[in-house]
Design a protein around this ligand. Structure first.
Ligand SMILES: [Zn+2]
Length: 372
């Protein structure tokens, strides 16, 4: 009996001190949160009460030498839900999943999620966005946004490049001039109470967005279109894998056309060319194929100038008086340069010819003689 009493007393003392320890720890933790972490939690609460929605900035357009718009923006909508403001969750789930062609599970998960704002779908067409707005559902927000649009689809695709989901440049001029094109996002700040109901008196703070700058380039879409047709013809007749054409203004070196067929569709830049089964590829292989498709051979690959450079040699020779158009030459089909025998493309030789004829024949030995 005595023993059992001592045992009970010991137990009570242990529990008492144990509880005291726990209470002290909790008090210390509470003090820590209230005093030292107060800034952090105030900010968190503000985040929850001040609902921030961004106003997207219109990206600058890209215009060709004639002022034709070749990269433009289309208005699209972003549909979001605010958990606390939704009064009829079932109706919201039903309408949004039907209108946006999403599974009910997907929408319900977002509708039921306790967060300040939850995005359901972006890049929704303006008509669809207006239709959803017309339902006047409480807790459903339709915000307008911009999506890049290329009116010429494939024309100059490798030069222009395209943008990603957040309208940021991915390749080409779109990424090269990102800082000028992107503009600055604005925002709408709404203050709400703890239940997420907007406090009217607090009002809306609105910071307008600043649109990006337009980019004017020297490319001429008429010349570009003509050069593209030519390149496609050559690719077909020569059964080439790719054909590049550069058209430059000889007065100032401005690029008037830069073609590298096959081009790709700027409005669907992630669709691989026909004949490639993207299903059977790993993510890495698919990315490799995409990079190959987007690659601009005109600026990324080197190609020996070959006979095109003869024009420069000939022009320099004439200007310096080293040669006149009437000068006579003889081509035996090869020429010795130091210890090397370099052949003419016509191995039998062009025979006797004047400089004009040699240039027309694109005769190798004559041009080499000129350089010596
Ligand atoms: Zn020759």
């Amino acid at each position: 009996m005595e023993n059992s009493k001592t045992f009970h007393r010991k137990k009570i003392v242990t529990i008492f001190f144990g509880s005291l320890m726990i209470i002290l720890l909790l008090a210390a933790r509470l003090g820590y949160l209230m005093i030292f972490q107060s800034d952090y939690y105030t900010e968190k609460a503000d985040d929850l009460h001040e609902r921030e929605r961004s106003i997207k900035a219109a990206r600058g357009r890209i215009l060709d030498a004639n002022g034709t718009v070749i990269a433009d923006n289309k208005t699209v909508c972003t549909i979001s839900v605010i958990h606390n403001q939704i009064k009829e969750p079932d109706k919201v789930v039903e309408i949004l999943s039907r209108e946006l062609e999403l599974s009910e599970d997907y929408v319900r998960k977002r509708v039921e999620k306790y967060s300040s704002i939850e995005r359901i779908k972006s890049n929704v067409g303006k008509e669809k966005g207006d239709a959803i707005r017309a339902y006047n559902l409480e807790g459903v927000k339709v915000d307008e946004d911009y999506k890049r649009y290329y009116p010429y689809d494939t024309l100059a695709s490798k030069v222009l490049g395209f943008t990603g989901g957040d309208n940021q440049g991915i390749i080409g001029l779109e990424v090269k001039y990102e800082e000028y094109l992107q503009g600055q996002e604005g925002m709408i700040l709404t203050v709400t109470d703890a239940r997420g109901v907007e406090i009217d008196a607090a009002g809306e703070k609105r910071v307008e967005s600043i649109p990006g700058n337009d980019l004017y380039i020297s490319l001429d879409m008429n010349i570009q279109s003509y050069a593209t047709q030519l390149a496609k013809q050559v690719m077909e007749t020569k059964e080439a894998e790719r054909v590049s054409i550069l058209v430059m203004n000889p007065q100032n070196g401005e690029l008037m056309a830069m073609v590298d067929v096959p081009e790709f569709d700027l409005n669907n830049p992630y669709t691989l060319p026909e004949g490639i089964d993207s299903e059977s590829l790993t993510e890495e292989q698919k990315q490799e194929q995409l990079n190959r498709m987007w690659r601009n051979g005109c600026i990324n690959d080197t190609y020996e100038p070959g006979s095109t450079f003869k024009i420069i040699t000939a022009a320099a020779g004439l200007e310096e008086g080293v040669v006149t158009p009437e000068d006579r030459f003889s081509c035996p089909g090869f020429i010795m340069v130091e210890d090397r025998r370099i052949r003419c493309h016509k191995t039998a030789g062009h025979g006797a010819q004047n400089f004009i004829e040699a240039t027309m024949n694109s005769c190798n030995p004559v041009v080499m003689e000129l350089q010596a």
